[in-house]
Write a protein that binds this ligand. Structure first.
Ligand SMILES: NC(=O)c1ccc[n+]([C@@H]2O[C@H](COP(=O)([O-])OP(=O)(O)OC[C@H]3O[C@@H](n4cnc5c(N)ncnc54)[C@H](O)[C@@H]3O)[C@@H](O)[C@H]2O)c1
Length: 83
């Protein structure tokens, strides 16, 4: 939905997702899709650079609070990435 709204507004969009939980079909086909893990130390920076990314909307997370508390994998990932 976010991707669709952005594309309808004009900018090029790159979707970066590991698909560990999501589905490729859920990402708007007009967007460039990169299958990758946020913790991959090379792929994310390379993707940002190669696509001259100017803004990021970070939605990769466990939407269930209990899952995030029990396995804080994405909290760790986001902290690392923000540094
Ligand atoms: N769904 C809700 O009801 C709800 C409510 C409030 C807030 N949120 C928040 O909105 C955001 C997105 O929610 P959603 O419903 O779209 O969740 P979702 O599970 O449908 O999508 C999250 C996507 O992130 C990807 N992802 C997760 N960890 C990743 C990683 N380390 N590397 C690469 N990709 C990774 C998953 O594969 C998945 O496609 C989350 O931050 C969530 O906490 C969701």
């Amino acid at each position: 939905m976010v991707t669709e709204e952005l594309l309808n507004d004009g900018p090029e969009v790159v979707v970066f997702d590991s698909l560990f939980k999501g589905h490729r079909a859920a990402a708007d086909r007009r967007a460039k899709f990169v299958e990758g893990e946020l913790m991959n130390p090379g792929l994310l920076p390379r993707t940002l650079k190669e696509n001259s990314v100017q803004a990021i909307i970070h939605l990769a997370a466990h939407s269930l609070v209990t899952a995030s508390v029990e396995t804080p994998r994405n909290i760790t990932t986001t902290t690392w990435w923000a540094d």
